[in-house]
Write a protein that binds this ligand. Structure first.
Ligand code: PEP
Ligand code: CO
Length: 459
């Protein structure tokens, strides 16, 4: 095992970020409680090890080179309460099934990354929420406060970060325990895909596609031989800098600091300013990292950000997650891809078709249309392929459960159905059926472009 130095946490990734503007941080009311929580986390064990992060970085380097595809997904926000092993298992299973379909579609090995075991902190558009004249702090994720609309629940409590650390360890343990078990590998994924196809309204077409996937062998466990069935990495938005820095450790063999709260951390669209605390902290850690970019970003803004976060331009270090919205992806993304490619920057391009497509429903629920999600993903592939670049992956908010949070898809969730099983405390997720529907629709589209007689051939 790689030994870890016990460097003081605050110095492991520098302290420079502390003097810079940090967006989206909670207003912790009790500084002593914050110090106590940070102290506890500083003395806690790492959740992931540097060599695992390095392994993921090498996988993502293959994505950046066009030799692999990333499937990343999970909850918008994980919950501390009301979690069950079966539900976590269904989400992990869904990711494996998606990996099988996308592996077939792209004829490439798939890197599978969950938004899991750490995705507990949320950026919000407003610091407060007003209901019937009562104003309370906004819900910022279970790492910060409770979702219930009471003053007690909404008061930020730093001890929640300690609870999140322990919960993350438990989730990670569960997923690692399943590692080579019944949920992973091509066979269980294919069995689930057959079940999905048999119950889909597009049954005939989807069963034929499932046959083609099966004949192609499923790329998840094959590819060029490096991909281990069931290999799953953990990711979350590195939003709470007190939490992340307290869990930063130095790898004794290299002297490099790593965030040990998860394998891959990303910077959100709202906290990616070049002179901000998040970019400073992320520039110091050695994990593979990602940045979300929305439709407002320009190439002139993006290039310095890439250079700051990936100064050695090594593939796998930096993944760009475009979340433009269906309506804008074809208009905004080309100039960015063109310029970044022309300037020789080695990044992986990934599509988040969720966050640019959020709408309100008549019932007051936040929702997303399946058709918009499909359209943005299709637009992403068109743009990247049209420019001779590699569409490197998808980043989805999903669950393996039968929730009613997004509308549309073959299972036909309508606006009226949303209240029935709307469980997300934050953004709406694709359910199991909608997640697979998305992958099948994209894979069908890709099949239409293939030369005949070449199942699973490269696009
Ligand atoms: C998210 O991934 O849940 C999120 C908040 O994304 P973004 O930063 O792109 O809005
Ligand atoms: Co979200």
């Amino acid at each position: 095992m790689t030994p870890l130095l016990d460097l003081p946490h605050a110095h492991a990734a520098g302290t420079g970020w502390r003097s810079l503007p940090a967006g989206q941080q909670p207003a912790w009311p009790d500084p002593d409680a914050l110090d106590a929580a940070v102290h506890t986390l500083t003395g806690s064990l790492p959740l992931v090890m540097p060599r695992e992060c390095d392994l993921l970085k090498s996988r993502l380097a293959a994505v950046a080179r066009g030799e692999a595809f990333l499937v990343q997904g999970g909850d918008c926000a994980e919950a501390l309460d009301a979690v069950g092993a079966p539900s976590i298992g269904r989400s992990v299973g869904t990711l494996q099934q998606l990996a099988t379909v996308f592996g077939y579609m792209m004829s490439l090995p798939v890197v599978t990354v969950a938004r899991m075991a750490g995705q507990y902190a949320k950026p919000r558009s407003s610091d407060t929420e007003i209901r019937r004249g009562v104003e309370l702090p906004a819900y910022r994720g279970d790492a910060v406060n409770g979702h219930a609309f009471t003053a007690a629940a909404r008061t930020p409590d730093p001890h929640r970060m300690v609870r999140v650390y322990h919960q993350s360890a438990a989730v990670l343990n569960l997923v690692r325990a399943w590692g080579g078990g019944e949920l992973s590998g091509v066979e269980p994924a294919l069995a689930a895909l057959r079940k999905f196809a048999a119950t889909a309204p597009e049954r005939e077409r989807y069963e034929a596609l499932t046959d083609r996937i099966e004949r192609a062998g499923g790329f998840i466990g094959t590819g060029d031989g490096w991909h281990t069935p069931g290999e799953l990495f953990m990711s979350h938005e590195g939003l709470l800098l007190d939490y992340e820095s307290a869990l930063t450790r130095v790898d004794a063999s290299t002297g490099h600091p790593y965030a040990t709260s998860g394998h891959l951390l990303w910077i959100g669209e709202r906290t990616r300013r070049l002179d901000g605390a998040h970019v400073e902290y992320f520039s110091r850690i050695s994990n593979p990292i990602a940045v979300k970019i929305g439709p407002g970003v320009t190439a002139d803004e993006l290039l310095p950000l890439i250079d700051r976060l990936s100064p050695h331009n090594d593939p796998g270090r930096l993944t760009l997650v475009a979340r433009m919205g269906a309506e804008r992806v074809r208009r905004v993304l080309p100039a960015l891809v063109e310029r970044v490619t022309a300037e020789g920057r080695a990044v992986a391009w990934v599509c988040d078709p969720m966050h640019g497509n959020t709408i309100g429903s008549p019932s007051g629920h936040k929702t997303r249309r399946f058709d918009d999600i499909l359209d943005e993903t299709g637009g992403f592939f068109e743009v990247l392929l049209g420019l001779g670049a590699h569409p490197g992956g998808v980043h989805l908010e999903l669950t393996g459960d039968d929730v009613t949070e997004c509308v549309g898809g073959g299972c036909g969730v309508g606006f009226d159905d949303l209240p029935e099983r709307y469980r997300s405390v934050c953004d709406p997720r694709l359910n199991w059926h909608q997640s697979l529907d998305l992958a099948y629709r994209l894979a069908e589209g890709a099949d239409l472009l293939r030369p005949p007689g070449l199942p699973g051939a490269a696009l």
